[in-house]
Design a protein around this ligand. Structure first.
Ligand code: NAI
Ligand code: BGC
Length: 285
């Protein structure tokens, strides 16, 4: 292989038909210009939802996501907002109310990594990751719950008054050397999600999380630059022996947003090919 070529681990994800389980519903997905957010926004649209495609730096990426959504016949609106900025998040939800008239599904997905050994980690690296990954999800969840509560229950649209699906990571339970800011943000999301789920269940609002392992997105390009690097870093940690595809995660989000998961709240789904199962113990440890 030419050393400049990018290695592409084969896509072994089985195909699965889309069904219109979210017909007539409205969604917001943050960080939807690429990676998981883009796949989730498209997955929700394929299942019948109109989507606000939030972006931060990558307007072109957001436009591409919106084009894919429009090909499914659903509506897409791209919207710039830094999820760490309270006012910008509030304005985004206001736009949703104005343009879509309601909100049924909120997926606070935007997240970043700023890695450093603990002794070298700066206050800025700590704060920015917590601000985007954790506070950003709090701002979105709070606005979504305000909208869900004002709307109330509409059984003709969904059996829940609203669905929140937080983007976490296996690093909400798996410690990660060199990434303490990131792991702390994801650990925080777990109890943010569970505490919210407990507080709003009586309103028929559901809150759950997805915790992916290693997924083929721009965040992971460095670990798949060559087969050697992929095999020695990611693959050795994945019992199921394939990289995850963004659509693996999108499918779980669609299920959590649909009435098929009506009795599921306060739960985290690990979508990781077994990465959180202590792979070092395979063979007896
Ligand atoms: P990515 O880097 O491909 O995409 C991140 C998205 O978030 C981009 O659209 C980016 O513009 C947006 N974003 C960044 N800062 C933002 C801000 N302040 N406001 C609004 N949007 C902002 O990353 P990827 O892989 O798609 O990750 C998405 C989420 O999934 C993150 O929360 C990440 O922690 C999580 N995740 C990713 C995994 C993976 O293997 N790729 C595994 C587990 C979790
Ligand atoms: C990170 C990825 C990483 C995966 C498994 C995710 O939270 O965003 O970069 O590959 O965890 O370690």
């Amino acid at each position: 292989m030419n050393s400049k070529e990018q290695y592409h681990p084969p896509n072994e994800m089985p195909s699965f038909p889309d069904t219109p389980v979210l017909q007539g519903q409205k969604a917001i997905v943050t960080g939807a210009s690429k990676g998981l957010g883009s796949a989730i926004a498209i997955g929700l649209a394929r299942s019948g939802a109109d989507v606000i495609v939030n972006y931060y730096t990558d307007k072109e990426g957001a436009e591409e996501t919106a084009e894919e959504i429009e090909k499914t016949g659903r509506k897409a609106l791209i919207y710039y907002a830094d999820v760490a900025e309270e006012q910008q998040v509030q304005d985004m939800f206001r736009l949703c109310l104005k343009e879509f008239g309601r909100l049924d599904i909120c997926v606070p997905n935007a997240g970043i990594q700023m890695n450093a050994p603990i002794a070298d980690m700066t206050a800025e690296q700590w704060r920015r990751v917590i601000d985007v990954n954790l506070t950003g999800q709090f701002f979105c969840a709070r606005e979504a719950i305000r909208m869900f509560t004002n709307q109330g229950l509409h059984p003709d649209i969904s059996s829940s008054a609203g669905k929140l699906i937080f983007m976490s990571s296996i690093h909400d339970i798996v410690p990660w050397e060199g990434h303490v800011n990131y792991a702390s943000s994801k650990g925080g999301i777990m109890l943010l999600m569970k505490s919210i789920a407990q507080e709003v269940a009586h309103l028929r609002i559901r809150a759950n999380a997805v915790s992916p392992g290693a997924i083929r997105t721009p965040m992971n390009v460095e670990k798949i630059t060559s087969q050697e690097i992929f095999d020695s870093t990611l693959l050795r940690l994945i019992p199921y022996k394939r990289i995850g595809e963004p659509e693996d995660v999108a499918r779980a989000v669609v299920w959590l947003a649909s009435d098929a998961s009506d009795y599921v709240t306060g739960s985290t789904i690990y979508i990781d090919g077994g990465m959180n199962l202590y792979p070092g113990f395979i063979g007896g440890g």
